[in-house]
Design a protein around this ligand. Structure first.
Ligand SMILES: *[C@@H]1O[C@H](CO)[C@@H](O)[C@H](O)[C@H]1NC(C)=O
Ligand SMILES: *[C@@H]1O[C@H](CO)[C@@H](O)[C@H](O)[C@H]1NC(C)=O
Ligand SMILES: *[C@@H]1O[C@H](CO)[C@@H](O)[C@H](O)[C@H]1NC(C)=O
Length: 466
């Protein structure tokens, strides 16, 4: 009916035309507000829902997350547990296991060969391209003056070594690898004893391993210890086997549901030297305590590519955070010690850094484009947690070397500075693997074992008696 009236020859109909326009605008507007109102109500419900479930969530942050469409992440948290108690997660590998050594060598050598082939192909492609260009230029009658270098996107280009045409394939032998890895001096056993002695409030202990169970472990009496094998942890099984701790840690967002929301994370070379309380790591509402060093990490570090691998991963992580949050910042490094984790924060991190975490997960060996997990995680806490407390460093790091270890062990025995945790990083050199069976190696092992036995003499129930 209305359309019939729309007749331009008729003067009256001009008014009808305006009338129709206004009416349709009004209809569109009402429809739009109705839709939005529904949407808004839906979001408010969701917000209340989430806030009811998660006391610790900041309202504003949660709102912004819903607006950014992060509801899927939040929903997944409904399944997870509160911090009624605190668990402890370890990562451990028996580097002396021949199967592990062989697999490591295999993948190392494979990557070297693949890398060389990739370089060869790249070079061939480059030559072909250059040849084509030359021919084209000849046809057009240009003279070639020098060669123009192709511009490369430098931003994420951490795999710059790729370009090295002189890249030499370095295949490693079993002996070499074994001498590097002959390292299991039983640290895990004593680290666990230190937990029983000085952190008795830990509920469950989860040890993440590549199907390995320590030889001294009695599985028929496993007490509060459980093992999580890499296959259970990794979402992407193609990333396995892995020899990269960054890769393992990058999958922590996927820890089994039974692991408490609040958990501590430790390496097997870390020991609780003194009694610690929950308050050393969480406040009374289970908000994080943060441990940072004075070392600052900047995305603008000069000559970053010449730095050691560890530093490069830190700089890479900082760049990723800058990019993700659209804000360049200089950030403080995380203390190398016990790390405080909460699964809710992990969930947020796994959302923001989804792609980068999966890259890290796929790096079988450490690479410059790895994410440094504790460092990245602390930045998430600072950004998203309503409250957190900065703590004084409570860990002392020592590098055990052939020359120094005796002094270090006696220093740790006295612990005059009262450090709560001690990291004893194994930097021993076993130069002569063939002699070391009876020589150097066993000396050091005996010294270290005596040292540990004096500090933590009580065996745990899950240690084999014989
Ligand atoms: C590590 O593996 C080696 C070789 O299989 C074995 O002799 C040793 O007992 C293992 N160490 C631990 C702590 O499981
Ligand atoms: C290793 O062996 C070489 C030659 O056999 C010897 O000169 C060197 O002192 C040895 N090093 C150690 C740490 O035993
Ligand atoms: C392991 O624990 C069980 C149960 O306590 C005990 O009977 C067994 O002797 C232990 N095994 C070893 C090898 O110590």
């Amino acid at each position: 009916m209305i359309f019939k009236k729309l007749n331009y020859n008729n003067n009256n109909n001009k008014i009808s035309y305006i009338y129709v326009c206004v009416l349709s605008l009004f209809l569109i507007f009402s429809f739009y507000s109705l839709m939005n109102k529904n949407k808004f109500r839906f979001k408010n419900d969701l917000l209340n829902d989430i806030l009811n479930q998660h006391d610790s969530f900041d309202i504003e942050v949660t709102k912004s997350m819903i607006i950014k469409g992060r509801t899927i992440v939040m929903d997944s948290l409904k399944e997870s547990r509160y911090c009624e108690y605190i668990d402890l997660v370890y990562t451990w590998v028996n580097g002396s296991d021949p199967k592990h050594i062989e697999s490591r060598i295999y993948y190392h050598n494979l990557e070297q060969i693949q890398h060389k082939e990739k370089l060869k192909k790249l070079k061939e492609q480059k030559l072909i391209k250059e040849e084509l260009l030359k021919q084209e230029q000849k046809k057009k009658g240009y003279r070639i003056v020098g060669e123009k270098k192709e511009k490369r996107d430098d931003d994420d280009d951490y795999d710059d070594d790729d370009d090295d045409e002189n890249f030499e394939v370095k295949l490693i032998s079993y002996e070499e690898e074994e001498s590097q890895r002959f390292r299991d001096y039983g640290s895990l056993k004593y680290s666990l004893r230190s937990v029983r002695k000085n952190v008795p409030w830990i509920r469950n202990i989860y040890i993440v391993t590549a199907n390995q169970i320590p030889s001294w472990f009695n599985t028929s009496n496993s007490d509060n210890i459980k093992f999580i094998f890499h296959e259970q942890l990794y979402k992407n099984k193609e990333d396995l086997p892995t020899f990269n701790s960054n890769s393992i840690e990058s999958n922590f967002w996927n820890l089994p549901e039974e692991v408490s929301n609040c958990f501590l994370y430790s390496n097997d070379d870390l020991f609780f030297r003194e009694k610690v309380e929950v308050e050393d790591f969480f406040d009374n509402e289970y908000y994080h305590n943060i441990f940072e060093t004075d070392e600052i990490i900047s995305s603008w570090t000069p000559n970053a590519k010449k730095k050691d691998l560890w530093t490069r991963t830190l700089i890479n992580t900082n760049k990723i955070l800058d990019k993700t949050w659209h804000f360049s910042e200089i950030r403080k490094n995380a203390q190398h010690g016990v790390q405080v984790f909460n699964k809710e924060m992990w969930s947020i991190m796994s959302f923001d850094l989804k792609e980068q975490l999966s890259i890290t997960s796929s790096n079988r060996f450490r690479k410059p484009n790895d994410i440094q997990i504790p460092y990245a995680y602390n930045q998430f806490v600072k950004r998203y947690s309503r409250k957190y407390k900065k703590m004084k460093q409570n860990n002392q790091y020592y590098a055990l070397t052939n020359d120094d270890y005796k002094n270090i062990l006696s220093e740790v025995s006295f612990n005059q500075d009262g450090y709560k945790t001690i990291c004893l990083n194994d930097l021993f050199q076993f130069e002569n693997i063939t002699n070391s069976q009876s020589g150097l190696k066993s000396d050091i092992i005996v010294d270290i074992t005596n040292f540990f036995e004096s500090l933590f003499p009580a065996p745990s129930p899950y240690e084999n008696i014989y």
